[in-house]
Write a protein that binds this ligand. Structure first.
Ligand code: UDP
Ligand code: MG
Length: 319
């Protein structure tokens, strides 16, 4: 019999986990495949991990990976992928924004032979307009900038075939943008549409600044376009400088020079150029700091304990 692993990364979702368990069980008990619920504790402090432990003791289909601290959503997903053994793997948030009732639809497409079935949000309820606006802009900019065409308006909620998981397990980059990576590896992909609900309980663990960080990680790890823009800005300013120099020389030769006046224009040029140069250096710095961090080759995460998996605790260093 085939197995489905449902990976749930969570950070302080005590009130959501029991409901999530019930709804996943209700949705998957009707499917022919066996299932396991792989809960990944990303440094929770509100008793969610204790609930997960007790649940794992009650129901052997519930498994728990406890990371040694908060490593972030994307790395928690990676840990779940490393441990899960299902023929199909579903990644879902713990807050029930992604309804578990959509999983059977994902499974149906998978049985048809699709290896990545991603869930596209038709609507997003209960989120601030700022977050929705930033998310919508991000997907469109990303689409323009990167050669990897990440589908618009999709989060990490998706089903991935074992073959794809094995491919993804080879990718150990630190700044991980999983929805970009699952697209980048290829395979047969298709979409399913759903309405994204609002949070069942609790508050978002992705404030706007964290979402912007994730977007920036996505852009920089999938595109060198910002570096090309910087070159473009440099070219434009050089051209403008050249034209201005021509005007100054002509003015001098033809006698309509204004070399004594011009303090204002001089300051404007110095300030704008100074700003642009600092910005470009900052951008270069961003790419270099990513090279620096990757070059350290640190493990992605450390595991404190696992329940329900045969292997003892290990780290994200292994492949
Ligand atoms: N999450 C996590 N580690 C983090 C932040 C979030 O495991 O550092 C989990 C969180 O518990 C939830 C999922 O990632 O299951 C998505 O987070 P959230 O719902 O807060 O994000 P939003 O839907 O508001 O973008
Ligand atoms: Mg959420």
């Amino acid at each position: 019999m085939k197995t489905v692993s449902v990976i749930v990364p969570f950070l302080n979702e005590r009130e959501n986990l029991p409901v999530l368990y019930e709804r996943v069980a209700a949705a998957l008990d009707r499917e022919p495949e066996a299932w396991e619920l792989v809960l990944v504790d990303d440094g929770s402090t509100d008793g969610s991990a204790e609930w997960a432990e007790q649940q794992a003791a009650r129901d052997p289909r519930v498994k728990l990976i406890q990371l040694s601290r908060n490593f972030g959503h994307q790395i928690a997903i990676t840990a779940g992928m490393d441990y899960s053994r299902g023929d199909a793997v579903v990644i879902i948030d713990a807050d029930l924004q992604d309804p578990p009732e959509v999983i059977p639809e994902l499974l149906a497409r998978w049985r048809e032979g699709h290896e990545v079935v991603y869930a596209v949000r038709k609507s997003r309820e209960g989120e601030t307009w700022l977050k929705k606006f930033l998310a919508a802009s991000f997907y469109r900019i990303f689409h323009k900038m990167s050669r990897v065409k990440v589908p618009m308006d999709t989060g990490d909620f998706r089903l991935v075939d074992r073959r794809v998981i094995e491919a993804l397990r080879n990718v150990r980059e630190l700044h991980r943008f999983m929805r970009g990576l699952t697209c980048w590896v290829g395979f047969r992909q298709c979409a399913v549409y759903y309405e994204r609900a609002s949070r069942h309980a609790g508050v978002t663990k992705y404030p706007v600044w964290k979402s912007i960080n994730l977007a920036w990680d996505g852009l920089t790890s999938f595109s060198g376009a910002p570096l090309r823009w910087v070159t473009g800005i440099g070219l434009i300013f050089s051209l403008a400088g050249l034209l201005f120099a021509l005007r100054v020389v002509m003015g001098h030769l033809l006698g309509w020079s204004d070399t004594v006046r011009g303090w204002t224009s001089l300051m404007a040029v110095v300030l704008v150029l100074g700003g642009v140069q600092l910005m470009c250096m900052g951008l270069l710095g961003q790419y270099i700091s990513r090279i620096f961090e990757e070059s350290k080759k640190r493990p992605l995460y450390f595991v404190r304990s696992v329940i329900g998996f045969p292997s003892a605790a290990d780290s994200g260093a292994e492949r």
